[in-house]
Design a binder for this molecule. Sequence first.
Ligand code: DC
Length: 211
Amino acid sequence: MIIAIDGPAASGKGTIARRLAAHFGLPHLDTGLLYRAVGAKALADHVNFEDEAALAALAALAGALNLAALDPEALKSGAVGEAASRVAALPQVRAKLLTVQQDFARQPGGAVLDGRDIGTVIAPEAEVKIFVTASPQARAARRHAELAARGEGVTPEEVLADILKRDERDSGRASAPLIRAGDAEILDTTTLNIDESWQAALALVARRRAS
Ligand code: DC
């Protein structure tokens, strides 16, 4: 069984995907980490997004990423998230990351993947698709708490502005934009805590598998 979880930043999709994977004994891939790894490289190298040669080098790096070596903790900062959103708009980077994600999704037994284009581009054949969303204000409050816990000194207003900018970039890009697959179930977590979100997701999976 392939479970595809998509949604905007801080919607709760990562936690839901991790818990579903543990519950069903399936491998899980947080595909945002791939874009974050490329974004971190772009940041470290001060990549000029107008420079075609530099973008080609970034795409080559994307093609050579080792899934097992990705360190979520090192890639969770707000700055890396912003850089990830920028590199994610580059078709040449997305093309390089396609195969590794599709191979992960299609491994025997199935998998859980979360991201922005899992149900639409990476695994349109997924048996279960959930589009997790929440209001920008609720997502900003969650992301602010996360960043504050990491010691990042950002204000709630800055985090909300960043979330809105990322929503616009992720949804507005030409290449595999963030969009709900027509056959995805919507899960709005605005008023739900983590446990309630997880229970709701489990109920959606059960409903989908029964139909
Ligand atoms: O989920 P996240 O915040 O870790 O993702 C970081 C960025 O990567 C996000 O702004 C958009 C991009 N992304 C994407 O375009 N496609 C995916 N499947 C996953 C993430």
